[in-house]
Design a protein around this ligand. Structure first.
Ligand code: ACO
Length: 335
């Protein structure tokens, strides 16, 4: 990666955002009926009160399509006005075809090409970066980036250490050419594959194709080393933000809002503290939705925008970490 901000003169801006969550609410009290856990344990350790769970038969592409439908409605876009769709997800409807193709078909986006991007909880951030390059190059007018995950499809309902953390949801952002001085100013992304075993789903890929044995061993569920991920998350979100602040001659106090990946309120509090930011400037929707993986950033952004917590000209920092291990940050002057 470059040590300098990208020199591309043209930029992309997020010109609309939307989100969708399923109706069904699963509270901590509901979970404590079937697992050895409690609302008190879950809330004090994670900040989560409840999460949404997809209806029977509801899929990641359906949630993503609904988020995109809302996005297009907000911007008044027709089905022939989207040039590309990038979907960040770890729970595609199937290994292939890509969820982007399924959403394209559900919404009959007649001009759009697209693909899925696998970077777990950093996926939406990475999608913004890729989509922004397509727009900045001048080859694409409108790119839609979707973050969508039906985490309930890969969570072991019997594992209290993970079942309490995750929820289902989707969000989408529209990228268009930015006005001068606005939009996505800079990004910094990293992967550290040495941490690949800290957060993963062991079976279902070419390493361990599905078999009776993998199902019996519950290897089609998410596994994680919670403490290792916690440490990685705080260290790498703080570092990524600091790289961008330094490279752009900014202080943390210049940021109107930090929009971090929503994994655990304690991770967010520690990140805010290390950056010297008041908690009010760190977006959180954890209590209502839990960790929705690819969807956390657009869910949090949509919440911040709908509540008027950022204004034109504000500096907004996105940051995320995820399985891989992946991490990064993106600096935006809000248009
Ligand atoms: N209810 C009650 N007790 C529980 C539960 C639960 N749901 N889960 C674990 N415990 C128990 C453990 O078994 C352990 O008991 P023991 O001491 O008898 O062995 C005790 O609580 C403490 O467990 P720890 O794992 O040490 O708890 P910790 O304070 O580290 O919190 C947690 C665990 C919440 C998973 C935390 O490590 C965390 O949030 N890590 C980040 C991981 C994460 O958010 N991953 C999501 C994906 S990553 C991403 O999005 C980037």
């Amino acid at each position: 990666m470059l040590d300098q901000p990208p020199a591309t003169p043209a930029r992309a801006a997020i010109t609309a955002v939307s989100s969708y969550v399923p109706e069904r609410v699963l509270t901590n009290a509901d979970l404590s009926q079937r697992l050895d856990t409690s609302d008190e344990w879950i809330f004090t350790r994670t900040g989560i009160r409840e999460r949404r769970i997809g209806a029977p038969g509801e899929t990641t592409s359906m949630m993503g399509a609904e988020a995109v439908r809302r996005l297009m409605g907000r911007r008044g876009l027709g089905a022939d006005e989207v040039d590309a769709i990038i979907v960040a997800t770890v729970t595609p409807d199937m290994l292939f075809p890509a969820t982007a193709c399924l959403i394209q078909d559900q919404l009959t986006l007649s001009r759009a090409w697209g693909f899925d991007l696998s970077a777990a909880c950093s996926g939406f951030l990475y999608g913004l970066t890729v989509g922004a390059q397509l727009v900045a190059s001048g080859s694409h007018e409108r790119v839609v980036v979707v973050g969508a995950d039906l985490m309930s499809s890969i969570i072991d309902p019997l594992d209290r250490t993970t079942a309490v953390l995750f929820g289902d949801g989707a969000g989408a952002a529209l990228l268009e050419r930015a006005e001068s001085g606005y939009g996505i100013l800079d990004f910094h992304h990293r992967v550290d594959g040495s941490g690949r075993n800290d957060l993963m789903m062991p079976a279902g890929g070419s390493l361990l194709p599905p078999s009776m044995a993998t199902v019996a061993a519950r290897q089609h569920f998410l596994k994680q080393n919670g403490r290792a991920v916690f440490k990685f998350a705080v260290t790498n979100m703080v570092e990524s933000v600091q790289v961008l602040l330094e490279r752009n001659g900014l202080a943390a106090s210049d940021l109107a809002m930090v929009i971090p990946h929503q994994a655990n309120q304690r991770i967010l509090d520690a990140t805010a503290q290390r950056l010297g930011l008041p908690c009010e400037r760190v977006a959180t929707v954890l209590a209502a939705y839990g960790n929705t993986t690819g969807a956390t950033l657009p869910l949090a952004l949509d919440d911040v925008v709908r509540n008027g917590r950022i204004a034109r000209g504000d500096l907004v920092m996105f940051t995320a970490v995820g399985a891989g291990l992946t991490s990064g940050a993106t600096l935006v002057r809000w248009q």
